[in-house]
Design a protein around this ligand. Structure first.
Ligand code: PHB
Length: 403
Protein backbone atom coordinates (compact mmCIF):
# COMPACT_ATOMS: atom_id res chain seq x y z
CA UNK A 1 0.00 0.00 0.00
CA UNK A 2 2.71 2.47 1.06
CA UNK A 3 4.24 2.52 -2.43
CA UNK A 4 1.28 1.60 -4.62
CA UNK A 5 0.69 4.17 -7.36
CA UNK A 6 -1.57 7.12 -6.56
CA UNK A 7 -3.63 9.40 -8.80
CA UNK A 8 -2.14 12.64 -7.48
CA UNK A 9 0.76 13.72 -5.28
CA UNK A 10 0.79 17.18 -3.68
CA UNK A 11 3.16 18.87 -1.26
CA UNK A 12 2.20 21.01 1.73
CA UNK A 13 4.18 22.00 4.80
CA UNK A 14 1.54 20.52 7.12
CA UNK A 15 -0.98 17.67 6.71
CA UNK A 16 -3.69 17.50 9.38
CA UNK A 17 -5.59 14.27 10.04
CA UNK A 18 -8.98 15.24 11.51
CA UNK A 19 -11.27 18.11 10.53
CA UNK A 20 -12.92 18.66 13.89
CA UNK A 21 -12.51 22.00 15.65
CA UNK A 22 -8.85 21.31 16.56
CA UNK A 23 -7.75 20.41 13.01
CA UNK A 24 -9.69 23.24 11.37
CA UNK A 25 -8.63 25.88 13.88
CA UNK A 26 -5.00 24.82 13.43
CA UNK A 27 -5.31 25.16 9.65
CA UNK A 28 -6.97 28.57 10.10
CA UNK A 29 -4.21 29.83 12.39
CA UNK A 30 -1.48 28.48 10.09
CA UNK A 31 -3.11 30.09 7.04
CA UNK A 32 -3.07 33.45 8.81
CA UNK A 33 0.70 33.03 9.19
CA UNK A 34 1.07 32.09 5.51
CA UNK A 35 1.52 28.34 6.08
CA UNK A 36 -0.60 25.96 4.03
CA UNK A 37 -2.18 22.93 5.70
CA UNK A 38 -4.25 20.22 4.02
CA UNK A 39 -6.92 18.78 6.31
CA UNK A 40 -8.51 15.32 5.96
CA UNK A 41 -11.41 13.58 7.69
CA UNK A 42 -13.11 10.24 7.21
CA UNK A 43 -16.42 11.79 8.31
CA UNK A 44 -18.54 13.91 5.99
CA UNK A 45 -19.16 17.54 6.90
CA UNK A 46 -22.80 16.62 7.53
CA UNK A 47 -21.84 13.84 9.97
CA UNK A 48 -19.66 16.17 12.02
CA UNK A 49 -22.25 18.95 11.98
CA UNK A 50 -24.99 16.71 13.29
CA UNK A 51 -23.03 15.02 16.11
CA UNK A 52 -24.05 16.90 19.25
CA UNK A 53 -21.23 17.75 21.59
CA UNK A 54 -20.58 20.05 24.52
CA UNK A 55 -21.40 23.71 24.54
CA UNK A 56 -19.22 25.81 26.84
CA UNK A 57 -16.32 27.98 25.64
CA UNK A 58 -13.90 29.90 27.82
CA UNK A 59 -14.04 33.65 27.26
CA UNK A 60 -10.49 33.58 25.79
CA UNK A 61 -11.44 30.89 23.31
CA UNK A 62 -14.60 32.78 22.29
CA UNK A 63 -12.51 35.96 21.86
CA UNK A 64 -9.99 34.09 19.69
CA UNK A 65 -12.74 32.92 17.31
CA UNK A 66 -13.70 36.54 16.72
CA UNK A 67 -10.25 38.12 16.79
CA UNK A 68 -8.56 35.62 14.47
CA UNK A 69 -11.33 36.25 11.94
CA UNK A 70 -13.10 32.87 12.07
CA UNK A 71 -16.51 34.43 12.68
CA UNK A 72 -18.31 36.83 15.00
CA UNK A 73 -21.49 34.71 15.00
CA UNK A 74 -20.80 33.74 18.60
CA UNK A 75 -21.38 37.37 19.63
CA UNK A 76 -24.85 37.29 18.05
CA UNK A 77 -25.97 33.74 18.71
CA UNK A 78 -23.91 32.67 21.73
CA UNK A 79 -24.85 33.47 25.32
CA UNK A 80 -22.40 34.85 27.83
CA UNK A 81 -22.82 33.18 31.22
CA UNK A 82 -21.38 34.98 34.21
CA UNK A 83 -21.97 32.07 36.56
CA UNK A 84 -23.37 28.61 37.01
CA UNK A 85 -25.58 26.85 39.50
CA UNK A 86 -24.79 23.84 41.67
CA UNK A 87 -27.89 22.10 43.03
CA UNK A 88 -27.71 19.70 45.92
CA UNK A 89 -29.71 18.88 49.01
CA UNK A 90 -32.69 20.19 47.00
CA UNK A 91 -31.35 23.78 46.90
CA UNK A 92 -29.66 26.04 44.34
CA UNK A 93 -26.24 27.60 44.94
CA UNK A 94 -24.92 30.07 42.37
CA UNK A 95 -21.21 30.38 41.62
CA UNK A 96 -20.69 33.92 40.35
CA UNK A 97 -17.65 33.64 38.03
CA UNK A 98 -17.61 37.34 37.21
CA UNK A 99 -17.63 38.47 40.85
CA UNK A 100 -15.14 35.82 41.97
CA UNK A 101 -12.53 35.82 39.18
CA UNK A 102 -13.67 38.52 36.73
CA UNK A 103 -14.31 35.97 33.94
CA UNK A 104 -17.29 34.46 32.18
CA UNK A 105 -17.92 31.58 29.76
CA UNK A 106 -19.93 31.37 26.54
CA UNK A 107 -22.66 28.90 25.77
CA UNK A 108 -22.08 28.12 22.09
CA UNK A 109 -22.36 24.54 20.84
CA UNK A 110 -19.37 22.72 19.44
CA UNK A 111 -21.35 22.04 16.24
CA UNK A 112 -21.60 25.82 15.73
CA UNK A 113 -17.83 26.21 16.32
CA UNK A 114 -17.25 23.50 13.72
CA UNK A 115 -19.60 25.12 11.16
CA UNK A 116 -17.93 28.52 11.63
CA UNK A 117 -14.48 26.98 11.13
CA UNK A 118 -15.50 24.89 8.10
CA UNK A 119 -17.11 27.99 6.52
CA UNK A 120 -13.98 30.04 7.25
CA UNK A 121 -11.75 27.44 5.55
CA UNK A 122 -14.02 27.51 2.51
CA UNK A 123 -14.15 31.32 2.47
CA UNK A 124 -10.34 31.57 2.75
CA UNK A 125 -9.63 28.95 0.07
CA UNK A 126 -8.24 26.31 2.47
CA UNK A 127 -8.16 22.65 1.46
CA UNK A 128 -10.31 20.29 3.53
CA UNK A 129 -11.24 16.82 2.26
CA UNK A 130 -14.22 15.32 4.09
CA UNK A 131 -15.54 11.77 3.67
CA UNK A 132 -12.19 10.22 2.71
CA UNK A 133 -11.17 6.60 3.45
CA UNK A 134 -8.14 4.38 4.02
CA UNK A 135 -5.94 7.04 5.61
CA UNK A 136 -2.31 5.94 5.88
CA UNK A 137 0.29 8.05 7.65
CA UNK A 138 3.80 7.03 6.61
CA UNK A 139 7.42 7.81 7.44
CA UNK A 140 6.80 9.91 10.54
CA UNK A 141 10.21 8.94 11.90
CA UNK A 142 11.75 10.86 8.98
CA UNK A 143 11.60 14.52 7.98
CA UNK A 144 9.52 13.66 4.90
CA UNK A 145 6.28 12.13 6.21
CA UNK A 146 3.45 11.30 3.83
CA UNK A 147 -0.28 10.88 4.15
CA UNK A 148 -2.18 8.72 1.68
CA UNK A 149 -5.95 8.50 1.37
CA UNK A 150 -8.81 7.53 -0.92
CA UNK A 151 -11.09 10.41 -1.84
CA UNK A 152 -14.89 10.14 -1.79
CA UNK A 153 -14.80 9.52 -5.60
CA UNK A 154 -12.51 6.47 -5.15
CA UNK A 155 -9.28 8.10 -6.39
CA UNK A 156 -6.08 7.64 -4.35
CA UNK A 157 -3.89 10.59 -3.29
CA UNK A 158 -0.65 11.35 -1.48
CA UNK A 159 0.32 14.44 0.49
CA UNK A 160 4.04 15.00 1.02
CA UNK A 161 4.38 17.10 4.15
CA UNK A 162 7.05 18.32 6.51
CA UNK A 163 4.87 17.74 9.57
CA UNK A 164 1.76 15.66 10.18
CA UNK A 165 -0.70 16.64 12.91
CA UNK A 166 -2.95 13.99 14.42
CA UNK A 167 -6.13 15.81 15.40
CA UNK A 168 -8.25 12.74 14.84
CA UNK A 169 -10.21 12.66 18.05
CA UNK A 170 -10.63 10.29 20.95
CA UNK A 171 -10.37 7.18 18.74
CA UNK A 172 -7.20 8.52 17.12
CA UNK A 173 -5.27 6.23 14.80
CA UNK A 174 -2.40 8.74 14.64
CA UNK A 175 -1.51 8.27 18.30
CA UNK A 176 -0.96 4.54 17.64
CA UNK A 177 1.92 5.54 15.32
CA UNK A 178 4.08 6.51 18.29
CA UNK A 179 5.96 3.26 18.98
CA UNK A 180 4.72 1.40 22.03
CA UNK A 181 8.08 1.57 23.78
CA UNK A 182 8.18 5.36 23.32
CA UNK A 183 4.74 6.23 24.63
CA UNK A 184 2.92 6.20 27.94
CA UNK A 185 -0.86 6.06 28.20
CA UNK A 186 -2.57 7.26 31.34
CA UNK A 187 -6.24 6.51 31.73
CA UNK A 188 -9.21 6.07 33.98
CA UNK A 189 -12.63 4.55 33.32
CA UNK A 190 -15.79 5.60 35.17
CA UNK A 191 -18.61 3.28 36.22
CA UNK A 192 -21.23 5.59 34.69
CA UNK A 193 -22.06 7.48 31.50
CA UNK A 194 -24.29 10.40 30.47
CA UNK A 195 -27.65 10.09 28.80
CA UNK A 196 -27.86 13.23 26.65
CA UNK A 197 -31.04 14.65 25.16
CA UNK A 198 -32.15 17.55 23.03
CA UNK A 199 -35.71 18.61 23.79
CA UNK A 200 -38.07 21.07 22.18
CA UNK A 201 -38.91 23.04 25.29
CA UNK A 202 -38.44 26.52 26.73
CA UNK A 203 -35.39 27.22 28.94
CA UNK A 204 -35.74 26.00 32.51
CA UNK A 205 -32.94 28.18 33.90
CA UNK A 206 -30.91 31.15 32.63
CA UNK A 207 -27.55 29.45 33.30
CA UNK A 208 -26.29 25.85 33.48
CA UNK A 209 -27.46 23.78 36.44
CA UNK A 210 -25.16 21.00 37.69
CA UNK A 211 -27.27 18.83 39.99
CA UNK A 212 -26.19 16.27 42.56
CA UNK A 213 -28.86 13.99 44.01
CA UNK A 214 -29.04 10.64 45.71
CA UNK A 215 -30.44 9.30 42.41
CA UNK A 216 -27.38 10.54 40.49
CA UNK A 217 -26.13 13.54 38.55
CA UNK A 218 -28.02 15.74 36.06
CA UNK A 219 -26.97 18.73 33.96
CA UNK A 220 -29.41 21.27 32.60
CA UNK A 221 -27.95 23.17 29.65
CA UNK A 222 -29.49 25.20 26.86
CA UNK A 223 -29.22 25.59 23.11
CA UNK A 224 -31.81 28.15 21.94
CA UNK A 225 -35.05 29.71 23.18
CA UNK A 226 -36.88 26.61 21.97
CA UNK A 227 -34.34 23.73 22.14
CA UNK A 228 -32.66 22.58 25.35
CA UNK A 229 -29.76 20.21 26.08
CA UNK A 230 -29.85 18.05 29.21
CA UNK A 231 -27.97 15.06 30.56
CA UNK A 232 -28.41 12.59 33.36
CA UNK A 233 -26.04 10.01 34.77
CA UNK A 234 -26.79 6.48 33.57
CA UNK A 235 -25.09 3.13 33.36
CA UNK A 236 -22.41 2.85 30.61
CA UNK A 237 -24.35 0.05 28.87
CA UNK A 238 -27.70 1.87 28.92
CA UNK A 239 -29.71 1.71 25.69
CA UNK A 240 -31.65 4.73 24.37
CA UNK A 241 -34.42 2.31 23.30
CA UNK A 242 -35.39 1.76 26.91
CA UNK A 243 -36.11 5.45 27.45
CA UNK A 244 -39.44 6.83 26.24
CA UNK A 245 -39.91 10.57 26.83
CA UNK A 246 -41.96 10.25 30.03
CA UNK A 247 -39.28 8.07 31.69
CA UNK A 248 -36.62 10.62 30.73
CA UNK A 249 -38.59 13.54 32.20
CA UNK A 250 -39.44 11.63 35.36
CA UNK A 251 -35.74 10.85 35.89
CA UNK A 252 -34.59 14.40 35.20
CA UNK A 253 -37.31 15.94 37.41
CA UNK A 254 -36.37 13.64 40.32
CA UNK A 255 -32.72 14.68 40.08
CA UNK A 256 -33.40 18.41 40.25
CA UNK A 257 -36.37 18.31 42.67
CA UNK A 258 -36.14 20.27 45.90
CA UNK A 259 -37.86 22.26 48.58
CA UNK A 260 -37.69 25.36 46.36
CA UNK A 261 -40.14 23.66 43.95
CA UNK A 262 -37.79 23.89 40.93
CA UNK A 263 -39.17 22.01 37.92
CA UNK A 264 -37.94 21.54 34.38
CA UNK A 265 -40.05 22.72 31.47
CA UNK A 266 -40.80 19.62 29.42
CA UNK A 267 -41.30 19.03 25.71
CA UNK A 268 -40.74 16.41 22.98
CA UNK A 269 -37.28 14.77 23.09
CA UNK A 270 -35.75 15.06 19.60
CA UNK A 271 -32.36 13.40 20.17
CA UNK A 272 -31.08 10.78 22.64
CA UNK A 273 -27.50 9.52 23.00
CA UNK A 274 -25.51 7.65 25.62
CA UNK A 275 -22.09 9.26 26.07
CA UNK A 276 -19.47 7.02 27.59
CA UNK A 277 -16.50 8.85 28.94
CA UNK A 278 -13.08 8.42 30.42
CA UNK A 279 -9.95 10.30 31.37
CA UNK A 280 -7.00 9.70 29.05
CA UNK A 281 -3.59 11.21 28.20
CA UNK A 282 -0.92 9.92 25.84
CA UNK A 283 2.60 11.25 26.16
CA UNK A 284 4.59 12.38 24.28
CA UNK A 285 2.44 14.69 22.16
CA UNK A 286 5.32 14.98 19.67
CA UNK A 287 7.25 12.13 18.09
CA UNK A 288 9.39 12.46 14.96
CA UNK A 289 7.40 14.50 12.45
CA UNK A 290 4.06 13.75 14.14
CA UNK A 291 2.30 16.06 16.58
CA UNK A 292 -0.89 15.17 18.43
CA UNK A 293 -3.54 17.73 19.35
CA UNK A 294 -6.88 17.75 21.16
CA UNK A 295 -8.75 14.52 21.96
CA UNK A 296 -6.18 12.47 20.02
CA UNK A 297 -3.72 13.19 22.83
CA UNK A 298 -6.12 13.58 25.77
CA UNK A 299 -9.77 13.17 26.67
CA UNK A 300 -11.61 14.37 29.74
CA UNK A 301 -15.05 13.54 31.10
CA UNK A 302 -17.48 16.28 30.01
CA UNK A 303 -18.39 17.44 33.54
CA UNK A 304 -16.02 20.40 33.63
CA UNK A 305 -16.65 21.41 29.98
CA UNK A 306 -12.89 21.40 29.33
CA UNK A 307 -12.53 19.17 26.21
CA UNK A 308 -13.08 21.62 23.37
CA UNK A 309 -11.30 24.41 25.23
CA UNK A 310 -8.23 22.23 25.77
CA UNK A 311 -8.16 21.21 22.11
CA UNK A 312 -8.29 24.84 20.96
CA UNK A 313 -5.54 25.78 23.41
CA UNK A 314 -3.33 22.97 22.06
CA UNK A 315 -3.61 24.27 18.52
CA UNK A 316 -2.93 27.86 19.58
CA UNK A 317 0.44 26.73 20.95
CA UNK A 318 1.00 24.28 18.10
CA UNK A 319 0.35 26.83 15.33
CA UNK A 320 2.93 29.15 16.81
CA UNK A 321 5.48 26.35 17.24
CA UNK A 322 4.94 25.00 13.70
CA UNK A 323 5.34 28.44 12.14
CA UNK A 324 8.62 28.85 14.02
CA UNK A 325 9.76 25.33 13.09
CA UNK A 326 9.02 25.93 9.41
CA UNK A 327 10.99 29.18 9.38
CA UNK A 328 14.45 29.85 10.70
CA UNK A 329 14.28 28.00 14.01
CA UNK A 330 13.75 24.55 12.53
CA UNK A 331 12.79 21.43 14.41
CA UNK A 332 14.10 22.68 17.79
CA UNK A 333 11.03 24.96 18.08
CA UNK A 334 8.82 21.86 18.42
CA UNK A 335 10.34 21.18 21.82
CA UNK A 336 8.19 24.00 23.23
CA UNK A 337 4.90 22.33 22.33
CA UNK A 338 4.48 19.53 24.83
CA UNK A 339 5.62 21.29 28.02
CA UNK A 340 3.30 24.26 27.35
CA UNK A 341 0.33 22.12 26.33
CA UNK A 342 0.69 19.47 29.03
CA UNK A 343 0.56 21.81 31.99
CA UNK A 344 -2.97 22.82 31.04
CA UNK A 345 -3.87 19.24 30.08
CA UNK A 346 -3.08 17.86 33.53
CA UNK A 347 -4.75 20.76 35.31
CA UNK A 348 -7.86 20.06 33.24
CA UNK A 349 -7.56 16.31 33.86
CA UNK A 350 -7.58 16.97 37.56
CA UNK A 351 -10.49 19.43 37.42
CA UNK A 352 -12.64 17.21 35.19
CA UNK A 353 -12.04 14.19 37.41
CA UNK A 354 -12.69 16.28 40.54
CA UNK A 355 -15.94 17.75 39.28
CA UNK A 356 -17.09 14.32 38.06
CA UNK A 357 -16.40 12.75 41.44
CA UNK A 358 -17.98 15.70 43.25
CA UNK A 359 -21.32 15.37 41.47
CA UNK A 360 -21.86 11.74 40.40
CA UNK A 361 -23.11 8.85 42.49
CA UNK A 362 -20.97 5.72 42.13
CA UNK A 363 -23.08 2.54 41.72
CA UNK A 364 -21.63 1.17 44.98
CA UNK A 365 -21.89 4.46 46.93
CA UNK A 366 -22.65 3.98 50.63
CA UNK A 367 -24.65 6.34 52.85
CA UNK A 368 -21.29 7.64 54.12
CA UNK A 369 -20.12 8.39 50.56
CA UNK A 370 -23.26 10.41 49.81
CA UNK A 371 -23.08 12.34 53.07
CA UNK A 372 -19.37 13.04 52.53
CA UNK A 373 -20.13 14.34 49.03
CA UNK A 374 -22.65 16.79 50.51
CA UNK A 375 -19.93 17.92 52.91
CA UNK A 376 -17.57 18.54 50.01
CA UNK A 377 -20.25 20.38 48.02
CA UNK A 378 -20.95 22.52 51.09
CA UNK A 379 -17.22 23.30 51.30
CA UNK A 380 -17.27 24.37 47.65
CA UNK A 381 -20.30 26.68 47.74
CA UNK A 382 -20.04 27.70 51.38
CA UNK A 383 -16.50 29.09 51.40
CA UNK A 384 -15.08 31.87 49.28
CA UNK A 385 -11.98 29.81 48.47
CA UNK A 386 -14.17 26.87 47.38
CA UNK A 387 -16.27 29.04 45.08
CA UNK A 388 -13.16 30.75 43.73
CA UNK A 389 -11.47 27.40 43.02
CA UNK A 390 -14.43 26.22 40.96
CA UNK A 391 -14.76 29.56 39.15
CA UNK A 392 -11.03 29.69 38.30
CA UNK A 393 -10.92 26.14 36.96
CA UNK A 394 -14.21 26.34 35.06
CA UNK A 395 -13.40 29.59 33.28
CA UNK A 396 -9.92 28.38 32.29
CA UNK A 397 -6.39 29.45 33.01
CA UNK A 398 -4.39 32.30 31.56
CA UNK A 399 -2.01 31.35 28.71
CA UNK A 400 1.02 30.95 30.97
CA UNK A 401 -1.19 28.93 33.42
CA UNK A 402 0.75 30.62 36.21
CA UNK A 403 -0.42 33.50 38.38
C1 PHB B 1 -23.52 21.20 26.93
O1 PHB B 1 -24.19 22.24 26.86
O2 PHB B 1 -23.64 20.30 26.09
C2 PHB B 1 -22.58 21.01 28.07
C3 PHB B 1 -22.32 22.05 28.94
C4 PHB B 1 -21.47 21.88 30.00
C5 PHB B 1 -20.86 20.65 30.20
C6 PHB B 1 -21.09 19.60 29.34
C7 PHB B 1 -21.95 19.77 28.27
O3 PHB B 1 -20.05 20.48 31.29
Amino acid sequence: MADAPVDTTVSAPVAVVGAGPAGLMLAHRLARAGVEAIVLDTRTRHEIETTHRAGILEADVARDLVETGVSDRILREGHEHEGTELRFGGRAHRIDFKALVGESVWLYPQTAVFTDLADARERDGGTVHFGIEDTEVLDIATDAPRVRYTAADGTRHEIRARYVVGADGSRSMCRDLVPEDRRVRYGKEYPFAWFGILAEAPMSAPELVYAHSEHGFALISQRTETVQRMYFQCSPDESTEAWPDDRIWETLQARVAGADGFRLKEGPVIDKTVLRFRSFVQEPMHWGSLLLAGDAAHTVPPTGARGLNLALHDVKILADVLVRALSREGVAALGDYQPQALQRVWRAQNFSWWMTRLLHTAPDASAFDLRRQLGELDNVVGTRSGRTYLAEQYTGWPVSAQD
